[in-house]
Design a binder for this molecule. Sequence first.
Ligand SMILES: [Cu+2]
Length: 158
Amino acid sequence: MRRLLLPVLLALPALPAVACELKLEDAWIRPAPPTAKVVAGFGRIVNPGTVDAELASLASPAFGRVELHEMKTVDGVMQMRRIDRVKLGPGESIELAPGGNHFMLFDPVAPLAEGDTVELTMTLACDTEITASLPVAKGPMAGPAGTHGGDAPHRHHL
Ligand SMILES: [Cu+2]
């Protein structure tokens, strides 16, 4: 009987040594005219883990290129600049909202309409990929008490 215990114990700690993760909350993409070459997306990037997590790159099958931008006032003029990397400690988050930080999605593969859903993949420096579904909508999908609905980010393990 005792021999049965060992395999069970060994199977439990199956987590990878590096468990960095980020999640995307209340994310949405602003509707734009069908001819738009650039679209903006918003939401909140949160580090729910216990170790630092660094966002290394963004990609979406619906766009040619995705960047993270920040708004900065330079000589009294609002400008947007690309943020190359974002590092979040455990529990930290970065807010993306109109007028501030945002996802900049370039060269849509096809015109997007309100109600569409776009997949966005965040690749972390620790080689983890997190893919979230973003609705094309006029704002965050605000349900009662901010429900997460059915579009909670799901992870792909490499
Ligand atoms: Cu921008």
